[in-house]
Design a binder for this molecule. Structure first.
Ligand code: ADP
Ligand code: ASP
Ligand code: MG
Length: 441
């Protein structure tokens, strides 16, 4: 069966890197290639949409024009073949005219989603033409013809399977099929997306529906590291992770993977391999059903967490109290990440604070509420860490860290700490030294 390979923003972010991608995918095996937007583009589109929303029409237009200039340059560097160059230049100007037209429309969420979709439409169109110029038999598969989420924003796998098979049947035979990551339709058929970083998720969804042998996620680093390389020096790549470990790390902030990435492929055990486009010979990380060893394997952190303390006179003996609390979060579709309880209070954390005010005002009718913003969750992950001897060192390593909440034993593979955001980097570094660089206490 076919493989699915996904290339992220940096991998398609320059002509030089697109050239690396071409070399990697052109090995004679039939495959589906999922591409992100060029790096920086989605951020720009987010900022353009915000300007449209705030009626800063001229500022939006000038940002669109400077983004357009960048694309004109890329097209000219990438495509020397005249007719392909002209065809792609036309497409690029059509997309940028569309963006300019958006600045004169009144803001709606569907309009914003249309704006955000342009990055992947541009990168895939350009890259497909580039492959054709290089004599590679490739075809575009428009993601909006098959990718769809349902009313609760979950991928509609049955629809996606049927539609993708139909699209593949109606597309001329090719060695390489190129499609857009991130973008999809919603349950009303409007353009939507799988949230930031969603191209990883597209890849595993496609991998699951075609029952791929393997899904490869090609990025700008040599696999999942044991700590966040953006904040800690000396982090190391991990060669193997189980689906459970990878799911915890992705959910708790390891930016290399979209939080939901492993979910579509876990049930069928389709392995996910993380590889570095700029260094293809590096081993990378293999995520599979096997687990290799026990003990703390990696640390990740998630920012912008809000802690809510809910204090009631007699929490635990009051039957139905927790149910009432959870119902309020359910009504506002707000997932809870961490939870701790005592006789008099329950503390929990949320990541999405869109409906915080409404949630707090409803909670206030049943309890006394305290809210702490600017918290971070630091999450330690590894198979069976809850029973591992090293884990007991944690209390010593962390003796000077102000811990607001701790979650131990929720699963055997995860220990989470809630701390002030300002203590995050120091805590990550300290954990790295004592757990992975084997500094003795
Ligand atoms: P892409 O555009 O290819 O999707 P991302 O920027 O989304 O790439 O993800 C790769 C980046 O994730 C790395 O450059 C790195 O800075 C960051 N990152 C955060 N945590 C980790 C981790 N534990 N291991 C590897 N990379 C991580
Ligand atoms: N282009 C989208 C983003 O920047 C999706 C992705 O890169 O995965 O979030
Ligand atoms: Mg990403």
């Amino acid at each position: 069966m076919m493989q699915v390979l996904k290339f992220g923003g940096t991998s398609v972010g320059s002509v030089e890197n697109m050239n690396h991608v071409r070399t990697i995918i052109n090995d004679g095996d039939k495959k589906i290639v999922v591409l992100s937007a060029m790096s920086g583009t989605t951020n720009s589109l987010v900022s353009i949409a915000a300007k449209v929303k705030n009626n800063h029409t001229e500022a939006a237009q000038s940002e669109i024009k400077s983004l357009n200039e960048k694309y004109v340059e890329v097209v000219n560097d990438l495509l020397s073949e005249r007719s392909l160059n002209a065809k792609v230049a036309d497409y690029v100007s059509e997309r940028f005219n569309f963006l300019l037209a958006c600045t004169n429309k009144s803001y709606t969420l569907p309009l914003e989603n249309e704006i955000l979709a342009q990055g992947e439409l541009l990168s895939t169109y350009m890259f497909n033409a580039y492959l054709q110029q290089e004599g590679i038999n490739s075809q575009l598969l428009p993601a909006l013809d098959f990718m769809k989420i349902d009313a609760v924003k979950e991928p509609d796998l049955k629809y996606i399977r049927e539609r993708l098979n139909g699209v593949l049947e109606n597309t001329p035979e090719a060695d390489i099929y190129i499609t857009q990551g991130f973008i999809c339709l919603d349950d009303h058929g409007a353009v939507s997306n799988l949230q930031r970083g969603g191209s990883d998720y597209t890849a595993t969804i496609v991998g699951a529906v075609i029952k791929a042998d393997e899904v490869q996620i090609w990025t700008d680093i040599d696999g999942m590291h044991n700590n966040d390389p953006r904040f800690v020096e000396g982090t190391q790549p991990i060669s193997d992770l189980s689906f459970d470990e990878a799911a915890e790390l992705a959910y708790f902030g390891a930016k290399i993977l979209h939080p939901q990435t492993v979910l579509p492929v876990r049930a069928d055990g389709i392995p996910v391999r993380l590889k570095n486009t700029m260094n293809p010979s590096a081993l990378g990380t293999l995520i599979s059903s096997d687990h290799v060893e026990n003990g703390i394997k990696a640390i990740a952190a998630k920012d912008n967490i809000t802690a809510i303390k809910i204090k009631s006179g007699r929490m635990l003996q009051a039957h139905g109290f927790l149910r009432k609390v959870f119902e309020i979060f359910e009504v506002y579709e707000t997932p809870i990440d961490m939870i701790t309880t005592s006789e008099v209070a329950v503390s929990l954390t949320i990541d999405d604070d869109k409906n915080l005010d409404k949630i707090v005002s409803e909670l206030e009718s049943i309890a006394i509420i305290e809210v702490d913003k600017n918290q971070s969750i630091v999450c330690l992950v590894g198979h069976s860490i809850v029973n591992h001897e090293d884990t007991f060192k944690l209390f010593q390593i962390l003796k000077d860290v102000k811990i607001r909440m701790i979650s131990y034993g929720g699963s055997r593979n995860n220990i989470s700490l809630l701390i002030d955001a300002e203590d995050k980097i120091g805590t990550l570094q300290k954990l790295n030294e004592y757990l992975f660089e084997l500094v003795t206490l």
